[in-house]
Design a protein around this ligand. Structure first.
Ligand code: GLY
Length: 425
């Protein structure tokens, strides 16, 4: 099977590494990829959001399967164009990708499917912002009502900060989404979905704030771990049965069946799981940890999803133990990150239990590896338990040098210290 992966982040690096382990994958390409991906797949330049360019490349490479990593091409219909060219594609149609691209569509689907989610209101007129804020609180959740890679979200008990963020978004011409705050520990559950067939992967937890102890602004994600020792088996089952399956069935009913990876972001509160958001693609940085534990051939799972035969393949098998991803970010991320700094200590041949995945990296003309994005690297530790996986990741990070960079030192720590509990019903 000849596979082309679209995207350039650590998520795509993780997909490429996992696909490379699948003996059925005979040729592996990535576009545009990054400096790390280039060590494992042939990289080709492409604009991931150009359906024409992606189809042309997939055709030239005689790809049997195209795997689309990021949400923007999916929302723009790149998967539709690939399928229309007769090539199997892992990723939903533009109509189905609205589950991430349109908050109003997602809420509508959830309401019809009877799925618990936050109450929300969209504000598109500055004159209405204050009155709308009065209907929320004491914790305000203020989001950019569009694709903002997690960075458009402010969660705060400070009404003034909530107002300032809302006003700034409106000034930039972005409608604002206000949501009621959902209490409880968060879970990211990724499911392969092919119409009404839903196959869950391991549950994971992201760490969205930039600083230790969940302080500072929201980011695209600073680290993640899997599995979740504190999540009862029956809660994980309830997420699949009561949340993801009803949503998948509702999408089929509406004539826009989902095919690809449906990412349910949930808060586990006293009343049970409630949806914070749905995404239409693998999450970053959770994927880096989840795929590190996957034993089944990834190509087979993705191809089965893409070709409507997911119900026929064996459920995924997982390696025992835990995996932890720690994101190394550039100076000033999530603000305007400083780019172009030389990175050393990444090295070739990192052991499998402490992989260094690239995100914002580039190869300078003189061969030096330099930072080219806010989230620069994902270091993934795998161990017999969460404590060991953390130790592996942080030991590996200690040998990496990037001036001004920062990372959280507490990824997965609350779980190791048994400080996370599902509230009693
Ligand atoms: N982990 C957050 C995201 O992928 O959107």
């Amino acid at each position: 099977m000849r596979v082309l992966v679209i995207g350039s982040g650590a998520r795509e690096h993780a997909l490429v590494l996992s696909l490379r382990r699948d003996p059925a994958v005979s040729a592996l390409y990535a576009a545009p990829g990054n400096a790390g991906i280039a060590q494992h797949a042939q990289v080709r330049p492409v604009d991931p959001s150009s359906a024409e360019a992606v189809v042309a490349l997939a055709t030239e490479l005689a790809a049997d399967l195209v795997v689309i990593g990021p949400e923007v091409p999916l929302v723009l219909g790149v998967a539709d164009a690939v399928r229309a060219a007769g090539i199997a594609c892992f990723g939903p149609s533009a109509a189905a990708a609205r589950i991430e691209g349109s908050k109003a569509f997602a809420k509508d689907v959830m309401t019809a499917a009877g799925v618990r989610t936050a109450h929300s209101e969209v504000v598109d007129n500055p004159a209405e912002l204050d009155a709308a804020l009065d209907r929320f609180g004491p914790t305000w959740v203020v989001k950019d009502d569009g694709l903002a890679a997690g960075k458009g979200v402010v969660v705060t008990a400070d009404r003034l900060a909530a107002r300032d963020h809302g006003a700034e978004l409106l000034e930039q011409g972005h409608p604002v989404l206000l949501e009621s705050f959902l209490d409880g520990p968060e879970v990211s559950l990724f499911c392969l979905v092919d119409g009404e067939t839903v196959v869950p992967l391991l549950p994971a937890q992201d760490h969205k704030r930039v600083g230790d102890g969940d302080t500072g602004p929201n980011t695209g994600g600073m680290g993640a771990y899997t599995p979740l020792p504190w999540l009862p088996e029956e809660t994980a089952t309830a997420i699949v049965e009561d949340v993801v399956k009803p949503v998948a069935a509702e999408m089929v009913r509406r004539g826009c069946p989902f095919s690809g990876l449906l990412y349910a972001g949930l808060a586990i509160g006293a009343a049970g799981p409630a949806v914070v958001e749905f995404n239409c693609r693998f999450g970053d940085p959770e994927t880096q940890a989840v795929l590190a534990l996957l034993e089944s051939p990834l190509g087979e799972l993705l191809n089965a999803t893409a070709t409507g035969t997911l119900a026929e393949v064996a459920p995924p098998r997982w390696r025992d133990g835990s995996a932890v991803t720690v994101v190394v970010a550039a100076e000033n991320y999530p603000g305007r990150p400083r780019l172009g700094d030389v990175i050393t200590g990444v090295g070739e041949g990192a052991p499998d239990d402490a992989a260094v995945l690239h995100a914002g990296t580039a190869q300078r003309e003189d061969g030096a590896l330099v930072s080219s994005g806010g989230r620069v690297l994902s270091v993934v530790g795998v161990g017999a338990d969460l404590a060991e996986a953390r130790a592996k990741a942080y030991d590996r990070i200690a040998s990496i040098k990037l001036p001004g960079s920062h990372y959280r030192t507490d990824i997965g720590l609350a779980a190791v210290e048994n400080r996370i509990a599902v509230p009693n019903r």
